[in-house]
Design a protein around this ligand. Structure first.
Ligand SMILES: Cc1cc2nc3c(=O)[nH]c(=O)nc-3n(C[C@H](O)[C@H](O)[C@H](O)COP(=O)(O)O)c2cc1C
Length: 384
């Protein structure tokens, strides 16, 4: 299978599966517990219909919008995802460059495999750094200072990973970082010789922002679940969010907001945006989909804070529905990671190009020439 055979995200997913060893594919693909929320995140978009209008002069389509202080060419951006050099040796070099080429935001995780400084030097595009607060509190403020120096344009604080979700696929495949060749996974590594060759011939995998601070995850093999549970601070509260916002002093998002209460608290602590997100169904199973929560959160805090819908997006029509319900932008994780695992930067660009074409075509079919014109009149809940 090649990129030219990929016409939708499911095709990219299949290609990714054929290219990388099973523990890594399932780390990207899987969710928590029974994966009810993982499935719901995408299925929820089917509960609304799009209502088109005709004869509306759609000769020129403007997909641009402004979020977290940056004008971006597409309302869909790359959410932060950790350890991406495990999926392709170019990792965050590939994803950040692809985002820059398409004029959209790039999210870099605390657990990235390329450092804040290297990403800063590699791309001039809009860059958001995602903070996980470690038990070592001093680390958070060091990371914030490093982001300032590396000219990151915004920060986000993830609040949904106080403890690791129960990702059973990882338990079955024996997924660790760095990967460990176990008897059960050996075959799947042996059958991906290109991945093994690239892994062994490029620089060692490491949690690049944490070098010198923790050996775990870079030099000592550890499961992601063990890492999160041993390193992250479980006493985190809203005062800590406020402190981080004040220390940064620029555009700041709270990622993982899943209730009206937390949306309101985000406004109170002075955040500029919220990312409605359940971590792509990887944390609390049976939490609702971000799309299902949009309407009530927009009703409560719309206009006071920017709202990003994060999770389950596999189609341009999903983005249009979220924007119609009041989202200011959308973000994706797996969709671009499948492209990365399939073929590095080329794969991510192919995914972004597919979304751009879908969004433009769907906008024309909707009779809309600017993404900012989408509103509630363009969607209708099914079975009213
Ligand atoms: C492999 C993988 C790694 C992720 N790593 C992080 C991370 O380090 N920090 C974070 O805030 N979110 C992380 N996420 C969650 C994404 O930022 C995003 O919320 C989620 O993927 C959106 O759902 P989607 O995959 O259906 O688009 C990760 C998601 C995946 C799939």
């Amino acid at each position: 299978m090649q990129l030219k055979d990929c016409h939708n995200i499911e095709d990219f997913r299949k290609m990714a599966k054929s290219r990388i060893p099973a523990p890594l594919f399932h780390y990207i693909d899987g969710g928590a517990d029974d994966e009810v929320t993982l499935r719901r995140n995408t299925d929820a978009y089917n509960d609304y219909d799009l209502i088109p209008n005709g004869l509306a002069d759609v000769a020129e389509i403007d997909l641009s919008t402004t979020i977290l202080g940056q004008k971006i060419s597409s309302p869909l951006f790359l959410a932060p995802t950790g350890m991406t050099r495990l999926f392709h040796h170019d990792g965050e070099y590939a994803t950040s460059k692809a985002a820059e080429k398409f004029g959209t935001y790039f999210g870099l995780s605390t657990l990235s495999s390329v450092s804040i400084e290297d990403v800063g030097a590699h791309t001039d595009g809009s860059k958001m750094f995602q903070i996980y607060i470690h038990k070592d509190r001093g680390l958070t403020y060091e990371l914030i200072e490093r982001c300032k120096k590396a000219k990151f344009t915004s920060l986000c604080l993830t609040i949904d990973t106080i403890v690791a979700g129960n990702r059973e696929r990882d338990l079955r495949t024996g997924m660790t970082m760095p990967p460990r060749f176990t008897p059960s996974s050996l075959m799947s590594f042996a059958m991906r010789p290109r991945w093994v060759y690239n892994y062994l011939t490029h620089s060692d995998f490491e949690l690049a922002n944490l070098v010198g601070r923790t050996e775990k995850g870079s030099k000592e093999n550890i499961s992601v679940i063990e890492y999160l549970n041993s390193q992250f601070d479980t006493s985190l509260c809203w005062d800590d969010a406020k402190d981080a916002i004040d220390a940064w002093g620029g555009p700041f998002a709270i990622k993982g907001v899943m209730s009206v209460e937390d949306a309101k608290r985000s406004v109170e602590v002075g955040a500029s945006a919220i990312m409605i997100s359940n971590h792509g169904g990887r944390q609390l199973d049976h939490s609702p989909s971000p799309f299902d929560l949009l309407e009530e959160i927009v009703d409560a805090v719309g206009g006071q804070i920017e709202i990003i819908c994060d999770g389950g997006i596999r189609r341009g029509t999903h983005v249009l529905k979220a924007m119609a319900l009041g989202a200011d932008a959308c973000s994706m994780g797996r969709s671009y990671l499948y492209g990365l695992a399939a073929d590095g930067q080329r794969g991510v660009e192919a995914v972004l190009s597919m979304f751009e074409a879908e969004l433009k075509r769907d906008m024309m079919l909707m009779g809309l020439n600017s993404i900012d014109k989408l509103n509630m009149s363009h969607v209708r809940k099914r079975n009213w």
